[in-house]
Write a protein that binds this ligand. Structure first.
Ligand SMILES: Cc1ncc(COP(=O)(O)O)c(C=O)c1O
Length: 496
């Protein structure tokens, strides 16, 4: 029997045309970022009109598919790549990062076993060293790239649990063990709680420690809670400090927490997913905390946040060379590697949960090569300065007030028109409605959160494309939407 020739590939010329068409389409979008709204509200019927249809049985021409992408997908993206986006901790990405992702997707390397992607494995070791150097800590290659901050924290806490359990938890499970406890501040990112749920530690065994007036963990309370738990025969094993909380950018007292960890033999983990990379800055610009990072057993950092690498790129860093391998190595026959003495091969599959892994290192490598550490630090600094400027605009307005200010690039504020003398209840309603109006309007992207139980607007700047005039625009839109809202509720006359 003869097998007929078969491939899914189009002829090379056709493929090149498709790439050229894709480039044109993206360049047009890129050229229009300044004018594009940050968000377009769509209703269910409209979206169902686009995102429906039967599974295609027969294929269609690539250029037709690209036309659909242009007409139906591009108008429905959220413009976090543009200058008016201040929601969550979502960066605008970068040109070298995009190119790295594109190349890595074409090459389709599986960064799992060394021989499946030699350049990928060696480059991952290299960029981990660079990331550590950028953070000002011992620059070695103990770490692994993962999908993002949640995955990095889960990876680190899995290692912490394995290394601090009083027996082989990988073999025996958690069942014959007194409950293990994690300590974190009330401002900790929820991925730490989710990690505890997934690791069988349980949410009730994440002991939440209160914060001071700058939203930093109270270390006296931390130590008190650890002692109490030891008396009650729990097994305290890990403290999670935040180097840049998601809500306000607060940095926990890292040195003090490290000393407590040493005293009670606990794992010291730092969630630096958002703020960790600011440790690279000159102390004159940002609160110095890189010496604190050097004390950690593990750190989560996110190149897809404040290094402007496109999604997904997180990183789990470890102090000791073998901890991640001891935790994750599990090798079936078909994946056995080179065990010869002195082998320099690193199989990343042994250092994390994932087996198949894409070539994330390339986009980080290209970013460092293109800009150098100096320019990347400047970009982070630019965001901090933007935040300070935006804060000054808010502060000057008699319609808004600052609700929490941190050392990094987040600012929390709320509408509180001085002349209206509103009660707390009225302010809650006003600010919740304002957040809805901002989304409906779409010109700028600002989300809400709570600070000390009060609804606030929150802006986070991790965007090298945002300049002073964009900040003024964002602020003007805010004022305008507030005025409109007050007009609807018949209160505008009082403040205008
Ligand atoms: C402090 C902190 N930790 C963890 C995360 C989770 O990161 P990711 O969204 O990449 O999973 C975030 C996200 O904003 C964060 O700010």
């Amino acid at each position: 029997m003869r097998i007929t020739d078969f491939t899914l590939d189009a002829p090379q010329e056709e493929f090149r045309e498709a790439i050229d068409k894709t480039t044109d389409m993206l360049m047009e979008l890129y050229a229009g970022l300044e004018k594009a709204p940050a968000f377009r509200m769509r209703d269910k019927a409209y979206l169902e009109g686009i995102f429906s249809g039967p599974m295609p049985v027969n294929g269609e021409e690539t250029y037709r598919i690209l036309e659909q992408v242009e007409q139906e997908i591009l108008p429905n993206i959220t413009m976090n790549i543009g200058p008016y986006f201040t929601g969550y901790v979502v960066s605008c990405s970068s040109q070298p990062g995009f190119l790295g992702d594109m190349i890595s997707s074409f090459l389709n390397q599986n960064a799992t076993k060394w021989h499946l992607g030699v350049a990928a494995a060696e480059m991952e070791k290299l960029v981990i060293r660079w990331l550590k150097e950028f953070l000002g800590i011992r620059a070695d290659s103990n770490g692994i790239l993962v999908s993002g901050g949640s995955a990095a924290n889960l990876t680190c806490l899995t290692v912490a649990r394995r290394m601090k359990a009083k027996f082989d938890i990988n073999r025996d499970g958690i069942f014959s063990h007194p409950p293990m406890r994690i300590y974190a501040s009330s401002e900790v990112h929820h991925c730490v709680v989710k990690s505890a749920q997934m690791l069988g530690i349980g949410e009730t065994n994440v002991k939440i420690i209160s914060v001071d007036d700058r939203m930093r963990m109270n270390t006296d309370e931390l130590e008190g809670q650890i002692r109490k738990d030891l008396d009650q025969e729990f097994h305290p094993f890990c403290v999670v400090a935040s180097a840049g909380t998601v809500n306000t950018g607060a940095i926990d007292p890292l040195e003090k927490i490290s000393a407590i960890c040493r005293k009670y033999n606990l794992w010291f983990h730092i969630d630096g997913a958002y703020g960790g990379l600011a440790a690279s800055l000159d102390p004159a610009v940002s609160e110095p905390f890189s010496s604190g990072l050097a004390l950690a057993d593990s750190i989560a950092v996110d190149p897809h946040k404040w290094l402007f690498v496109p999604f997904e790129a997180g990183c789990a860093l470890f102090k000791r060379p073998d901890d991640s391998r001891v935790t994750f190595s599990h090798i079936p026959d078909y994946l056995a590697g080179d065990t010869s003495e002195g082998s320099f091969r690193k199989d990343f599959m042994e250092h994390g949960f994932q087996l198949s892994r894409n070539f994330k290192a390339l986009k980080i490598w290209m970013l460092f090569k293109a800009h150098g550490a100096g320019k990347l630090k400047q970009a982070i600094e630019h965001d901090i300065l933007n935040t300070r400027y935006f804060t000054s605009l808010i502060r000057q307005s008699s319609n808004f007030e600052i609700m929490a200010e941190g050392p990094l690039s987040v600012i929390c504020y709320r509408a509180n028109p001085a002349k209206l003398n509103q009660t707390e209840e009225e302010l809650e309603t006003l600010n919740k409605r304002l957040i809805e109006c901002i989304e409906q309007d779409g010109r700028v992207f600002i989300t809400g959160t709570k600070v000390n139980g009060k609804t606030v607007l929150r802006s986070c700047f991790v965007n090298h494309r945002t300049q002073e005039h964009h900040l003024i625009h964002i602020f003007d839109v805010l004022e305008e939407l507030l005025q409109n809202l007050l007009e609807v509720t018949g209160q505008k006359e009082v403040i205008s």
